[in-house]
Design a protein around this ligand. Structure first.
Ligand SMILES: [Zn+2]
Length: 549
């Protein structure tokens, strides 16, 4: 029997433990993030307006530092310019030294919006043919380089201007050619050159937007600019497919573009950047998972101000709970080659009605290998109209069909190739019926036929509803992610015997599924909505080999 006095003692002791645990939790995310920052760094941005509104007072800076530590943020980007507003040197320098003193890595940022002459297109974009705009652009980067040793350029370094001045200078070039040449010149002559005169050690990052199918049309040139800049970053803000204002992007896009640019950038590739606009807690953290799954070394949470309002606080709370798992995910994928269906988008290729088709194909449970190059020696491939930008495409396609490797082509590409004879060895046709979005309507049975054909060379069969993605990481890890709002059942069968398979990570932490492995067949039963599961498996032959070896 417990006496009343003893009971209150127990209650008090429990309360104390609870309080200590809560305190530890806040501290431990900061410690955990510092312990893991070489693997995956978490960053945030203070826009120029955030600098003015939140970093101008000691109280504001202290609050921001506290928020960052609680969120596992160890790297802050402090912006000097955005939307025609320049943050004050005194405020920038003070904030920089305060964050440095607290153990943060600190970089600068510039958003090239509303500079001098405004474009005839979008009213935040500038006309870079104009000399006054060019001079102002240069001044912004000279100013920023005088304060920071690393500068990120947010994804507005493009133009859609068609004013008379632009038309005249463009001459015979297409708009895409003119803009790519113009923005490459701006980067060299007005950004990189002048910034390095002011600060010879400065590293400048070009952050590419997430709209990869339109880059070249507005002057982003992933080959020349990646070669010119010190580092590249990637926009991975897919937000919520169903959101009226911000929607239309499927989650797989973040994965596709991060891997695609990761290959182009190689060691220059830094992180992925996403935001809370038009998201729910679930779709917000899915952006983080896709960014990390695609082997990003860093993830940036745009931006401090936006994360304090609307859906921001709830998103951040959900993300904080998932950060320990995201570090595990980063460890599972780091530098491991992905296996699967080669899915090339040659740089500067036109989508021609098949915009972002790769993102939708990834939602079908087909494990893709995003790439800019077409390698005819691959085991399986998916081709869209983008592929015709490779001058040797038809030869490569014939070679693959001759080798009897499975090839999936869009109906749009098939139409373009209709004049070519493949001598009975025909590719499988993926019917978009006018829009890649229609792929999300394919039934489980329709998907099974496509998957069985395409996954044969990998010795697996995958069965799942639409909007369940599959990733094959390295030699013995696979990841299944359910993007549906309903629980699902899925299975994966190996043609080779499997000695052992076990789940090694489930996200979010509160998610659930029943997992079993019998006779080479993995069953994922009652997998909760919006859930990612990673499985480590060992094929029997490999285990034998390892024992013998
Ligand atoms: Zn213009």
């Amino acid at each position: 029997m417990i006496k009343p006095g003893r009971l209150s003692y127990i209650v008090a002791a429990e309360l104390l433990v609870l309080l200590m645990a809560l305190r530890c939790q806040a501290q431990s995310l900061w410690d955990l993030a510092n312990d893991n920052k070489e693997l995956l760094k978490i960053a945030t941005l203070f826009t120029a307006q955030n600098v003015r509104d939140y970093l101008s007072s000691e109280e504001g800076i202290n609050k921001a530092i506290d928020w960052c530590k609680k969120t596992g943020v160890t790297h802050v980007f402090i912006e000097t310019f955005r939307n025609g507003y320049t943050a004050e040197r005194r405020v920038l320098e003070h904030a920089k030294s305060k964050f440095n003193a607290e153990g943060f890595e600190v970089s600068g940022c510039v958003t090239t919006t509303r500079i001098a002459k405004i474009s005839t297109g979008w009213n935040v974009i500038s006309c870079y043919t104009n000399k006054y705009t060019q001079n102002q652009l240069q001044k912004i980067f000279e100013y920023t380089a005088s304060i920071f040793d690393e500068i990120m350029i947010d994804d507005f370094l493009f133009t859609d201007c068609q004013c008379d001045e632009c038309k005249k200078v463009r001459g015979d070039k297409t708009w895409a050619e003119y803009r790519c040449d113009l923005m490459t010149e701006m980067s060299r002559e007005r950004i990189l050159g002048p910034a390095k005169v002011v600060n010879p050690g400065v590293k400048i990052i070009i952050k590419y937007p997430q709209w990869y199918d339109n880059f070249h049309n507005r002057g982003y040139e992933v080959l020349r600019q990646t070669a010119d800049y010190d580092r590249i970053w990637v926009g991975t803000e897919t937000r919520d497919y169903n959101d009226k204002r911000w929607g239309g992007k499927v989650q797989y896009e973040a994965y596709y573009i991060m891997r695609w640019l990761g290959e182009i950038g190689g060691p220059k590739t830094g992180g992925g950047w996403f935001d809370p606009l038009g998201t729910t807690e679930d779709t917000y953290v899915e952006q983080a998972r896709q960014t990390v799954l695609a082997d990003a070394k860093e993830m940036l949470l745009f931006c401090y101000g936006a994360l304090l309002r609307d859906t921001g606080p709830a998103n951040v709370e959900k993300l904080r709970a998932e950060i320990p798992g995201l570090f595990k995910l980063a460890r599972l994928v780091r530098s491991k080659p992905v296996q699967g269906i080669l899915s090339p988008k040659p740089p500067n290729s036109d989508a021609d009605g098949e915009q972002y088709v790769f993102d939708f194909v990834g939602m079908l449970g087909l494990p893709l290998v995003p790439t800019a190059k077409i390698d005819a020696g691959t085991k399986a491939a998916f081709f869209s109209v983008h592929a015709v930008a490779d001058p040797k495409f038809t030869d490569k396609l014939k070679k693959m069909l001759d080798a009897q490797n499975p090839v999936l082509v869009t109906d749009g590409l098939a139409k373009r190739l209709s004049h070519i004879s493949f001598e009975g060895k025909n590719p499988t046709i993926l019917r978009l019926n006018g829009s890649p979005r229609n792929l999300l309507k394919l039934s489980r049975e329709e998907l099974e036929l496509i998957r069985d054909r395409m996954l044969e060379p990998f010795g697996i069969k995958f069965d799942a509803p639409n909007k369940v993605a599959l990733y094959l990481i390295g030699k013995n890890c696979l990841i299944v992610e359910n993007f549906n709002d309903e629980p699902i059942n899925a299975s994966l069968e190996f043609s080779n015997p499997v000695a052992k398979a076990e789940t090694v990570l489930v996200l979010p932490p509160e998610a659930h599924l029943d997992f079993s492995c019998k006779n080479g067949r993995l069953e994922f039963t009652e997998m909760t909505p919006r859930t990612l599961v990673a499985v480590a498996y060992y094929l029997a032959e490999l285990v034998d080999y390892e024992i013998r070896g």
